[in-house]
Write a protein that binds this ligand. Structure first.
Ligand code: DON
Length: 302
């Protein structure tokens, strides 16, 4: 039944060619704009896909919940909460802002919070810290993930807004290490290549309380998995978070590479890849496909 629904939703969403791929990171404009993949992985390890499920694309902002998870594991929830709040901002992902009262980034899903989380990753030096990030994502995906060097170089060459955010965080004491190093780690994590299949398995690992249902390896404790899913629920879709919760009703995260990951806790993970984006920076077909899957599989739980 699930295989049938996945195939039907894929076929229905395929015709929509509205929106444009992101181009503010020059290399992202080089993607095949009409690629489309849809993949569902269950918490007990079954996988159903349609379309371009093995095409690689960069994870971009979908990296944010996973780095936040590693920061929570490395520093503990209390130390992370001192630096990064968990309130929805209702702002764009790249807003240059801190909470006026607490002087913290409002949540770990906007760039300010994500760069702060990247600064909190443990390790002896920058190389070891990034390697720990890469390994963490790989445990969620169940295979070794790698950086797309062309996209990394493109973002590193043009990412002045994120550097401005890094310097703002350093000047307010949210980051107390080298802000350039934290921003560089953030650029690298965003440039990790994944497939729609990988993202579905990562989502299913979150759905399965932090244990990868294919490899049976634990990627995150169940307590921290809950925390990550809560923040995805309120903040994962930025300024479209309210509409998302009311129409799809699942914790989710989108990326400007065209990916969307959604989780029904205890049940399934969903991933969509389609690079044409709406005005919020969310994949047009991705939002439509998640809405349809949620309706047909009765996944709306919020
Ligand atoms: O920082 C950026 O602009 C990108 N590396 C990631 C942004 C992103 O994916 C926002 N999500 N929709």
């Amino acid at each position: 039944m699930v295989a049938r629904i996945v195939a039907d939703v894929y076929a229905e969403c395929l015709a929509d060619r509205s929106g444009e791929p992101a181009d503010y990171i020059p290399e992202l404009a080089a993607v095949q704009a009409d690629s489309f993949g849809l993949c569902v992985a269950t918490a007990d390890g079954r996988v159903y896909g349609a379309g371009d499920v093995q095409a690689p694309f960069t994870i971009q902002s979908i990296s944010k919940p996973f780095t936040y998870a590693l920061a929570l594991a490395d520093r503990g929830p209390a130390a992370v909460a001192e630096r990064i709040d968990v309130e929805p901002s209702g702002e764009a992902f790249n807003e240059i802002s801190l909470d006026p009262v607490t002087a913290r980034p409002r949540n770990p899903m906007i760039n300010a919070g994500a760069i702060s989380a990247a600064a909190l990753i443990g390790g002896r030096d920058a190389a070891e810290k990034f390697e720990r990030v890469r390994r963490c994502y790989s445990r969620f995906a169940g295979r070794e993930l790698r950086v797309n060097e062309a996209v990394y170089a493109s973002e590193a060459r043009t990412g002045y807004r994120n550097r401005a955010i890094g310097y703002m965080l350093r000047s307010f004491g949210v980051i107390d290490s080298d802000p350039d190093e934290a921003v560089d780690r953030y650029f690298r994590q965003c440039s990790i290549d994944v497939t729609c299949h990988d993202l579905a398995v990562m989502a299913a690992t979150l759905a399965n309380n932090g244990v990868n249902p294919l490899t049976r390896e634990r990627a995150l404790s169940s307590t921290l998995t809950e925390q990550v899913l809560s923040v995805m629920t309120t903040c994962g879709m930025y300024d479209a978070a309210g509409e998302w919760v009311s129409t799809v009703g699942m914790p989710a995260k989108s990326g400007v590479g065209g990916g969307i990951l959604a989780v029904l806790p205890g049940q399934i993970g969903i991933a969509v890849y389609s690079p044409r984006l709406d005005r919020h920076g969310n994949s047009v077909r991705g939002v439509a496909a998640c809405r349809e899957l949620s309706r047909r599989l009765e996944l709306h739980f919020l």
